[in-house]
Design a protein around this ligand. Structure first.
Ligand SMILES: C[S@@+](CC[C@H](N)C(=O)[O-])C[C@H]1O[C@@H](n2cnc3c(N)ncnc32)[C@H](O)[C@@H]1O
Length: 244
């Protein structure tokens, strides 16, 4: 996922060149990023750009839910939602009867997700929540999902992350990323020219062929795919399954 409202300049990168992306992302989502994204992922008043991103993100979430509904076996699944944010996907998955394990590197996002779970279900037992870097997650899950997280990381780190997430999944992964196409590269460049005060993370676009090649090398084959595209939000969704 990306948006021109969510991108920093290269100055920021230079300034933070000794700090790794993960530390920057974690501290962003525990501070200004938390305030911004919990509003976007809520139902209160937001500005027009944020509303557009909210609508786009909801479409991505709805596509995943529609895939699982079509499969008809959600209640039999264990699902790891890595980088769960405020629980936008985890909560409806739990409502469908899946056993959901939700984690995020940001304590603030997990706290908000728990609050929302308690408001919806009266408890925070399913989903089960954990503050954890996705590369430190353990266990095995039927399905591992990671939505709109990879945009925060460069190619090498994405490769490491997918390798780790792959080791957790027994049957399937569903991930989203901001696709690197000519049009979106131009859009990103435009965003780079207009940095604003809340733009504290970098956005990385990834060519779909690179993501698919990583999965293929790990023994996965592409299943369903989808693209969500609004004015300021674009996200490519892919499902991969074990090669038969
Ligand atoms: C744009 S939000 C998307 C949240 C959620 N997946 C959704 O679609 O509603 C990105 C989330 O990824 C989390 N995140 C970033 N890097 C992470 C990492 N290394 N491990 C776990 N979570 C991470 C952030 O804290 C943030 O909550």
């Amino acid at each position: 996922m990306t948006s021109t409202d969510d991108i920093t300049t290269d100055d920021k990168t230079t300034e933070n060149k000794t700090t790794d992306d993960k530390t920057i992302v974690q501290s962003y989502f525990n501070s200004v990023g938390f305030d911004r994204w919990q509003r976007i992922y809520g139902d209160g008043e937001v500005n027009k750009v944020q509303l557009d991103i909210r609508v786009g993100h909801q479409q991505t979430v709805d596509t995943v839910l529609a895939w699982l509904e079509a499969d008809g076996n959600a209640a039999a699944l264990s699902i790891c939602d890595a980088g769960c944010g405020v629980g936008s996907l985890s909560l409806p998955l739990a409502a469908m009867g899946a056993q959901v394990f939700s984690s995020d590197i940001s304590e603030k996002m997990v706290e908000e997700a728990k609050t929302r779970a308690i408001a919806q279900f009266g408890h925070d037992q399913n989903p089960q929540f954990l503050v954890q870097d996705l590369e430190k997650l353990a266990g095995h899950y039927h399905t591992v999902i990671c939505l709109d997280v990879l945009i925060h990381y460069p190619k090498e780190q994405v490769s490491q992350m997918l390798t780790h997430l792959s080791s957790l999944a027994t049957d399937r992964l569903i991930i989203s990323f901001a696709p690197k196409t000519l049009a979106y590269t131009v859009l990103k460049k435009i965003g780079d020219f207009f940095p604003g005060p809340s733009k504290a993370t970098r956005a990385y676009l990834h060519p779909e062929a690179e993501i698919v090649a990583i999965f293929n090398s790990l023994g996965w084959t592409v299943g369903r795919t989808a693209m969500t595209k609004t004015r300021f939000y674009f996200s490519r969704l892919i499902e991969v399954k074990r090669v038969a």
